[in-house]
Design a protein around this ligand. Structure first.
Ligand SMILES: Nc1ncnc2c1ncn2[C@@H]1O[C@H](COP(=O)(O)OP(=O)(O)O)[C@@H](O)[C@H]1O
Ligand SMILES: O=C(CO)[C@@H](O)[C@H](O)COP(=O)(O)O
Length: 534
């Protein structure tokens, strides 16, 4: 295969769907396909790709067999698009961060000997010791979080070591909970994968290593030495180091594609598998961020991230190892109530139509007549609150006077939170800052205009909104050609396009609203602490 003919495959196992893209050597997209968990696999009864426990709404999982079955469907859908897997020179995966997959004892042998004449789901049905994987939406591990922080001397110490104080969704406390509540399942676990390394394990036909960037979202890794921190492993569960395996740099070539994929889908046996990473790190790869840019992903979760040369000590937010430069870092803020909350407000105000949602949004002025709304359908991460909170100019109210006000309050409230937490991280909005938006809602210009105004910065988008999936495909190329710099690899990509500028009165309106937001949050958290944290 000549270099012109070689293609790269990127697969993204995100919260609501599994998607894949094949790009050519110029990183142009040739084929794309996706599988939506809720509608394509209704037998698993997920909602937004997740299962919320009937008796404990903090407990949120996804059936691992739903992901495996989606893989079988995705590969067939790629064939229908005309994909020729024999041209794929390398493949990589990305996935929702923090979720964990528990491989049953003996499952690696099963993976190595998969029969190409059968589907994956037929052969892996008994390969998982925990059938419903805890995912990033879970917030049931407050007890285990306290234990992890205590093991190293408090939240600040933990943040110094791992880049984050203990967060409920991070994998360390999730593994500790499995060990404490289901000791037999933990004992029967041969290996623990992150969702990203689970994806690459399927391609590799053996358990794939965790990369340092997704690995730094576990509260278990020392982000400076890029190795597991033994006292933290010990605080979670016995024998964890062996179950996790050694972490590797993000674009490590981890081996050839498995015989299963070579025979069933006609990949050439020399096709390489490149270590997978989390979807936010993969988006960083797909977005070519440089100084002065902040990325905002509007997917199931809303996230904001930027490149960091050095780690910074923060208690609200995360520092992860950088997936491109192993000596650099990235800052990450994650908000759980992103697209699904916007969808809820869209459904209650417009019977499910984005165009009407946008008309309502555009018919209200910036600042929303002094109204402000905070909507947390599920336990939010930043801040740790749940429920709806509405305020008019002077006080808390039960409802707003009109649908327009409700719609604008939802979008403004979400972006004001991003501004407040990004400022705490050191970001100076409006001082030459440029926003690069990605994720499902970045197609919506009315929403992006509010983002531009609240952060008083212009918003840009890339041609393709799926930066995580494409980042995985670019990572596949980078991993195959480590001698070529990342900037050279992505130099062929078109420049991002500006879609909105902030209005000239934006700062005047949103700087005071951000201050008001901080005050409201302080009061709500104090009220909650008086009542006792859930
Ligand atoms: N036109 C639109 N306006 C606002 N939001 C949209 C629009 N189109 C799609 N979305 C949102 O995008 C979300 C999915 O985003 P995506 O980045 O694909 O998610 P993920 O990768 O987390 O599965 C949906 O939940 C939907 O609410
Ligand atoms: O928890 C985080 C980041 O810390 C989330 O951003 C997940 O990584 C889920 O991603 P999406 O499916 O929303 O893209």
């Amino acid at each position: 295969m000549g270099t012109q003919d070689r293609h790269f495959l990127g697969v993204d196992l995100s919260t609501q769907q599994l998607k894949a893209a094949i790009v050519n050597d110029n990183l142009e997209v040739l084929h794309e396909a996706s599988v939506l968990f809720d509608t394509d696999l209704p037998e698993f009864r997920s909602q937004g790709g997740a299962i919320v426990d009937k008796y404990d709404s903090q407990n949120i999982t996804a059936p691992v067999m739903m992901w495996v079955k989606a893989f079988d469907i995705l590969m067939d859908r790629m064939i229908v698009t005309g994909a020729d897997f024999s041209k794929i020179a390398a493949v990589s995966g990305t996935a929702q961060q923090h979720g964990s997959v528990y491989w049953q004892r003996g499952s690696e042998e099963t993976l190595k000997k998969l029969d190409p004449s059968q589907f994956l789901h037929e052969q892996l049905a008994h390969s998982f010791s925990v059938t419903n994987s805890p995912i990033w939406m879970d917030s049931s591990t407050t007890k285990q979080c306290k234990e992890l922080e205590e093991a190293v001397g408090g939240p600040e110490e933990l943040a110094k070591i791992t880049g984050s104080r203990a967060y409920e969704r991070f994998t360390g406390s999730q593994i500790a909970k499995i060990f404490q509540t289901r000791p037999d399942a933990y004992k029967n676990t041969e290996r623990v994968s992150l969702v990203s390394s689970f994806v690459t394990s399927l391609f590799l036909g053996q358990i794939a290593p965790i990369d340092i960037s997704d690995g730094s979202g576990m509260n278990l890794m020392d982000i400076r030495t890029k190795t597991w921190h033994q006292p933290l492993l010990d605080a979670c569960a016995p024998g964890l180091k062996e179950k996790l395996g050694e972490p590797v740099p993000s674009y490590t070539d981890i081996g050839p594609i498995s015989n299963y994929f070579a025979e069933r889908y006609h990949f050439l046996p020399k096709c390489r598998v490149i270590a997978g990473t989390g979807d936010n790190p993969a988006s960083l790869v797909g977005m070519r961020l440089s100084d002065g840019w902040i990325a905002v992903s509007l997917g199931t979760s809303d996230t904001a991230f930027l490149w960091l040369a050095e780690p910074k000590l923060v208690l609200d937010g995360h520092v992860l190892c950088n997936p491109i430069d192993k000596d650099a870092y990235m800052a990450l803020l994650c908000f759980k109530n992103g697209s699904l909350t916007r969808e809820r407000i869209r459904n209650t105000c417009t019977e499910g139509n984005w165009d009407i949602f946008n008309q309502l949004l555009e018919s209200t002025p910036r600042g929303n007549f002094g109204n402000m709304g905070l909507y947390y359908d599920v336990q939010e991460i930043l801040p740790f609150l749940k429920g709806d909170f509405r305020y008019n100019k002077t006080q808390k109210v039960n409802k707003f006077s009109s649908l327009e006000v409700e719609v604008r309050a939802c979008v403004e409230g979400q972006f004001i939170a991003k501004r407040a937490y990004a400022e705490d991280f050191g970001l100076k909005v409006g001082k030459g800052t440029k926003i690069l938006a990605t994720g499902g809602a970045s197609q919506n210009k009315a929403i992006l205009q509010v983002l531009a105004d609240v952060l008083n910065s212009p918003v840009y988008v890339q041609e393709a909104a799926n930066s995580a999936m494409l980042g995985a495909a670019y990572q596949a190329k980078h991993g195959l050609l480590p001698e070529v710099s990342y900037s050279e690899i992505i130099s062929v990509l078109p420049e991002p396009q500006k879609v909105c500028d902030p209005y000239s009165d934006a700062e005047e309106i949103y700087a005071p609203m951000t201050e008001r937001y901080r005050q409201i949050i302080k009061e709500l958290l104090a009220e909650q602490n008086c009542k006792g944290k859930p």
